[in-house]
Design a protein around this ligand. Structure first.
Ligand code: PEP
Ligand code: MG
Length: 912
C-alpha cells in the first residue's frame, strides 16, 4: 500500500453539519464505485447517511494473507467507527439510542448483486430496547432485529436461508397471517428467539470459538464482533463462485478487491411515510427521458430488488400521502445527478418518515438501444460532446440491436404477458433450473430459463439460456438487470404464470395451458410476450439512433471497415451495414452443395480429360458466383482469396466409408460396390495428412495443382470483364493464401497476371486487378519486405497467424486446454477472440517491413479479430488501412474504429 492511500475514508457530514469530503468519484479504484460515489454525492450536498469506506486494497491485503487482517487495520476501523458515532451522536449497540449500520460491498467495477450486504448491524438484546424507545415502534424494532439475524446468519455464517424462511412461514401459518406485515411485534419477538436458536444449533462451534459462550454458540451480542465478522464476510464475497464467474464473464480483473461501506442505517420500513426504491434518471430500456424505477412503501431496500413484493412505478411517488415532498426532492436529485455526472444514473434511495436519503448512485447500465438514444439526446441537450457521445456506446452491446425479433408475419398466440425487461426475442426449450439450462446448452440445444425470480446463483444458467422468463419482480429485479447487461432477452413479472420448479412445469392462470420441461417456448423481451411454441425470428433493420452514432463514429475513424462474405446476399447485407468492400471472400465456401461432387471428381481422377471437364464446370459456376459478388459490391473492392483448405476437406471421411463398408459386408452387399468403396477409402486415406492445417493447403494447392488458380483467376477476370462491358465498376482483387516464402507468391502472381492478360485480350477490355497475399505465417511476417515487393496488398489472416505463432490448433484448443488456461489466468483472454500482443507484434512488423518492399502497400486484417473491439483498437494503433469482419460485426467495427481514433486523439492510444 502506498503512503498516500489510507485504509479508511469517511463520507457524509460531521457533527457540525459540514461535509467531510475525504473521498470523491475519481477514487473508484480505492473506494469502489459505491464508496466513491457516496462520497461524491455527499460532497455536492445531496442527503447521504454518514459512514466510512474500507478500501479495496485492504480487502486484497486481507485475501492475499490467507484471510488475515493487515497490521493496524482493525484499529483504524475502530477509530473511524468511533468517529462515526461521534458524528451521529449515537453509539452502536447503545441501550438508549443505538446507531445501526449497514455493511455493504462495493467493487471498482459494478458487479450488481454478486457480493454481500448486511443491514441493521448493531442490534442486540440491549440495543433493541433503545430502538423501541427511540421509535416508539416495537413492531418495527423486532422486525429489524429478526431481519438482521436472518441476514447475518445467511450472509456472514452461510447458514441456509430456508431455515429462517420456514420458521417465518410456520409462524404465519400458526397466526393465520396472510403476509409478513400481518405478524405482530410479539410474533416477531418470538421469531427473534427462534432465529437465535436456529443460529445456535447450526453454527459450527469449532469454526467460531469467539461465538461460544458458556459452552454453546450464541448469536454475537458484541457489536465489534458483529462488525468484524460482517466486514470479513464482505471481503470474502469478492472470491465467492458467482462473483468470480461474473468477473470472468465481464473481463474484470481478480485483483481489484471490494471496498466495504459501513454506513448509518436509515429505514424505509418505519410506516407509511417511509419507503425505499431503485430508480434510473432515464429509461434504461429505451433511453427515453423519464423517471424510471420502482418503490415500495414501508419496506427495506432488499425487498425491492428481491421482487418479493410487487412494486409501484416511481413516477407515482410524489402523489402518495406523506411522500409528496420527498418524491419532489427525489426528482430534483435526478436532475442534479445527471448534470453532475453527465450521464444516466441509477439510484437507490430510502425515505425515512418523509425524509429522503440517497444510498447509492452510479452510471446506470442500459440496453444498446438506450445507450444510443441517451448519448444522442445528451449531445443534443449540450450535456456532452459528439466525441463523448460516440465513446459512450459499448460496441459489444450493438449486437443486441441486431438481435432477433418475432417475425411480424408469423402467427402465434400470446399465452401470457409480463414486463419487457430486456429486448430481443428467444426461442428454446423451457427449463426450470439454472443447472438444467447449463445441461441443455451443453447438449447443443437452445433453452429459455423459466424461474419465479432469478438470484445470483442462477448466473451460469442465465448465461447458458437464450432468454430468461420470470413470473415475479420488476424491471429492476435481478433477472432484468443481469439480462440487460448480458444483452439476453428477458420477460419478467409474468404474474399469470404459476411456476412449479419441483415438477418442472408452469401453468397459466385462468387457462388449462401447462408449459412442461422441454416444451418449446418463445419470449419477446421487447414487448413482454410469452408464447407456447417456437415463433419464427427475424433480425431487425438498422435505423435511426444507430445510424446517427455510426455516422458520427465514421467522422472520426481512420480505419476502413470491410466485410468477410462469400455470397451476394451477405455482401449486400454488409454493404447495408456500411462495409466499404469485401476484405475476404473465401472461395472454398462456394464449393459446397452440388459443387462438392465436381471438386471430388477433380481430386480423385488422374485422367486429364476428366479433370479438365470438372474444371470447366467449376469455371462456369465460379464465374456466376463472382458476377453476383461484384455486382452486389459495385464500385467497392472485393478481395477474392484463391482456394485455401486441404483438399481432402472436400472428400468423404475414410472412417465413415469404413463403417459403410462394414455394414455392406455384414448385409452381404454387392461385392463390386464394396470393392469400389474400399478403393475409394484407400485413395482418400492415402491423401490424409498428420497435420492437415500445416499440409497441402493455401498457396501450396495452387502450386501442386496449377489448373485450379488458373480456373479461379479466369472466372474472376471474366466476371470483371463482363460487368465492365455492362458499364459497371467491378473492383476485384486476387489474394494468394498462406504464403511463407516470396517465391510462392512470385510464381502464383505470374500465373494470375498471365491469366488476367489472356482474358483481357479475349474480352477486348483493360483489366486492372491487383494481386496480393495473406500474411498468416510468422515467416511471412518477418520477411514481409521481400514479400511486400511483389504484393499490391497484404491481408493479415490472424486466425492462422495466431495458430502458427502459438502453435495452438485453432480447431481444437478452445475445447481443450484454453478454458483451463483462462480459468488459471495463464492467458488473460482467448487469443483467437482478441488479438494477442505477441501476434500483434508480428502484424506490426509485417506492416512496417511490407512498406519497405512496397510503399503503396494496402494493409488490412481479415481474421476473426477484425470484429473484436479490443483488437480493432490495436489494429488502429498499428496503422492498418482496414479491418474486415463478418457482416453483423460491421457496425460494431465502425464504432470501435471511431472510438480507437478518438481515444488516440484524447491521449489514450497507448494501451495494448
Ligand atoms: C485467417 O487465417 O485469419 C483467415 C482469415 O483465413 P481462414 O480463417 O479462412 O483460414
Ligand atoms: Mg487462414
Amino acid at each position: 500500500m502506498t503512503e498516500e492511500v489510507k485504509r479508511v475514508y469517511a463520507f457524509g457530514k460531521d457533527a457540525q453539519g459540514n461535509n467531510v469530503t475525504e473521498g470523491n468519484t475519481s477514487m473508484k479504484a480505492i473506494l469502489g464505485g459505491k464508496g466513491a460515489n457516496l462520497a461524491e454525492m455527499a460532497n455536492i450536498g445531496l442527503p447521504v447517511p454518514p459512514g466510512f469506506t474500507i478500501t479495496c486494497q485492504t480487502c486484497m491485503e486481507y485475501a492475499n494473507a490467507g484471510n488475515a487482517w493487515p497490521e493496524g487495520a482493525l484499529g483504524t476501523i475502530q477509530e473511524y467507527r468511533e468517529d462515526l458515532e461521534a458524528r451521529m451522536g449515537k453509539k452502536i449497540g447503545d441501550a438508549e439510542d443505538p446507531l445501526l449500520v449497514s455493511v455493504r460491498s462495493g467493487a471498482p467495477m459494478s458487479m450488481p448483486g454478486m457480493m454481500d450486504t448486511v443491514l441493521n448491524l448493531g442490534l442486540n438484546d440491549q440495543s433493541i430496547n433503545g430502538l423501541i424507545k427511540q421509535t416508539d415502534n416495537p413492531r418495527f424494532a423486532w422486525d429489524s432485529y429478526r431481519r438482521f439475524i436472518q441476514m447475518f446468519s445467511n450472509v456472514v455464517m452461510n447458514l441456509d436461508g430456508d431455515l429462517f424462511e420456514n420458521a417465518i412461514t410456520a409462524m404465519k401459518h400458526a397466526r393465520g397471517a396472510a403476509s409478513d406485515t400481518d405478524l405482530t411485534a410479539e410474533d416477531l419477538q418470538e421469531l427473534v428467539a427462534e432465529f437465535k436458536q436456529i443460529f445456535a444449533e447450526n453454527v459450527d462451534a469449532a469454526a467460531y470459538p469467539s461465538l461460544v459462550v458458556d459452552g454453546a454458540v450464541q448469536f454475537p451480542q458484541d457489536p465489534s464482533v458483529q462488525l468484524q465478522l460482517a466486514i470479513e464476510a464482505v471481503f470474502g464475497s469478492w472470491n465467492n463462485p458467482r462473483a468470480t464467474l461474473y468477473r470472468k464473464q465481464n473481463k474484470i480483473a481478480d485483483d481489484l478487491g471490494t471496498a466495504v461501506n459501513v454506513q448509518s442505517m436509515v429505514f424505509g420500513n418505519k410506516g407509511n411515510t417511509s419507503a425505499t426504491g431503485v430508480a434510473f434518471t432515464r429509461n434504461p430500456a429505451n433511453g427515453e427521458k423519464e423517471f424510471y424505477g420502482d418503490y415500495l412503501v414501508n419496506a427495506q431496500g432488499e425487498d425491492v430488488v428481491a421482487g418479493i413484493r410487487n412494486t409501484s412505478p416511481i413516477a407515482e411517488l410524489k402523489d402518495v400521502d406523506g411522500l409528496e415532498e420527498a418524491g419532489r426532492e427525489l426528482e430534483e436529485v435526478f436532475v442534479t445527478l445527471e448534470n453532475h455526472f453527465r450521464d444516466m444514473c441509477d439510484i437507490e434511495f430510502t425515505i425515512e418518515q418523509g425524509k429522503l436519503w440517497m444510498l447509492q448512485t452510479r452510471v446506470g447500465k442500459r440496453t444498446a438501444a438506450a445507450a444510443l438514444h441517451i448519448a444522442i439526446e445528451m449531445e443534443k441537450e449540450g450535456l456532452i460532446s459528439k466525441e463523448e457521445a460516440v465513446m459512450r456506446v459499448d460496441p459489444e452491446q450493438l449486437d443486441q440491436l441486431l438481435h432477433p425479433q418475432f417475425d411480424k408475419n408469423a402467427s402465434y398466440d400470446v399465452v401470457a404477458k409480463g414486463l419487457n425487461a430486456s429486448p430481443g426475442a428467444a426461442v428454446g426449450e423451457a427449463v426450470f433450473s439454472a443447472a438444467d439450462a447449463v445441461a441443455v446448452a451443453e447438449a447443443g440445444r437452445k433453452c429459455v430459463l423459466v424461474r419465479w425470480e432469478t438470484n445470483p446463483d442462477d448466473l451460469a444458467g442465465m448465461i447458458a439460456a437464450e432468454g430468461i422468463l420470470t413470473s415475479h419482480g420488476g424491471k429492476t429485479s435481478h433477472a432484468a438487470v443481469i439480462a440487460r447487461g448480458m444483452g439476453a432477452p428477458c420477460v419478467c413479472g409474468v404474474e399469470a404464470l404459476r411456476i412449479d420448479a419441483e415438477k418442472k412445469q408452469a401453468s397459466v392462470v385462468g387457462t388449462d395451458i401447462v408449459i412442461k420441461e422441454g416444451d418449446m417456448i418463445s419470449i419477446d423481451g421487447t414487448t413482454g410476450s410469452v408464447v407456447l411454441g417456437a415463433v419464427e425470428l427475424v433480425l431487425p433493420e438498422m435505423t435511426g439512433d444507430l445510424d446517427t452514432i455510426l455516422e458520427w463514429a465514421d467522422e472520426f475513424r481512420t480505419l476502413g471497415v470491410r466485410a468477410n462474405a462469400d455470397n451476394p446476399e451477405d455482401a449486400e447485407l454488409s454493404r447495408g451495414f456500411g462495409a466499404e468492400g469485401i476484405g475476404l471472400c473465401r472461395t472454398e465456401h462456394m464449393f459446397l452443395g452440388d459443387r462438392k461432387q465436381i471438386i471430388q471428381t477433380f481430386i480423385l481422377n488422374e485422367d486429364p480429360a476428366v479433370r479438365e471437364k470438372a474444371v470447366g464446370e467449376l469455371l462456369a459456376a465460379q464465374t456466376g458466383d463472382f458476377l453476383g459478388m461484384f455486382r452486389a459490391m459495385d464500385g467497392l473492392p472485393v478481395i477474392v482469396r484463391l482456394l485455401d483448405p486441404p483438399l481432402h476437406e472436400f472428400l468423404e471421411s475414410p472412417r465413415a466409408l469404413d463403417v459403410e463398408i462394414a455394414k455392406l459386408e455384414a448385409a452381404g452387399g454387392d461385392k463390386a460396390l464394396i470393392a469400389e468403396k474400399r478403393m475409394l477409402m484407400e485413395q482418400i486415406d492415402g491423401m490424409s495428412e498428420a497435420n492437415p492445417m500445416l499440409g497441402l493447403r493455401g498457396c501450396r494447392l495452387g502450386i501442386v495443382y496449377p489448373i485450379l488458380p488458373v480456373m479461379q483467376v479466369r472466372a474472376i477476370a471474366t466476371a470483371c470483364a463482363e460487368l465492365q462491358k455492362e458499364g459497371l465498376n467491378p473492383k476485384p482483387e486476387i489474394m494468394i493464401p498462406l504464403v511463407s516464402v516470396v517465391a510462392e507468391l512470385e510464381k502464383l502472381r505470374k500465373v494470375a497476371e498471365d491469366t488476367i492478360a489472356e482474358v483481357a485480350a479475349e474480352q477486348g477490355v483493360e483489366l486492372d486487378i491487383p494481386v496480393g497475399t495473406m500474411i498468416e505465417l510468422p515467416r511471412a511476417a518477418v520477411t514481409a519486405d521481400e514479400i511486400g515487393a511483389v504484393a499490391d496488398f497484404f491481408s493479415f489472416g490472424t486466425n492462422d497467424l495466431t495458430q502458427t505463432t502459438f502453435g495452438f490448433s485453432r480447431d481444437d484448443v478452445e475445447a481443450e486446454f484454453v478454458p483451463q488456461y483462462l480459468a488459471e489466468r495463464l492467458l488473460p483472454y482467448n487469443p483467437f477472440a482478441t488479438i494477442d500482443p505477441g501476434v500483434a507484434k508480428l502484424v506490426e512488423m509485417g506492416v512496417e517491413l511490407g512498406h519497405k518492399g512496397n510503399p503503396d502497400l494496402v494493409c488490412g486484417v481479415c481474421g476473426e479479430h477484425g470484429g473484436d473491439p479490443d483488437s480493432v483498437k490495436t489494429f488502429h494503433t498499428i496503422g492498418l488501412d482496414y479491418v474486415s469482419c463478418s457482416p453483423y460485426r460491421v457496425p460494431l467495427a465502425r464504432l470501435a474504429a471511431g472510438q480507437a481514433a478518438l481515444a488516440e486523439k484524447m491521449g489514450d492510444g497507448r494501451d495494448k
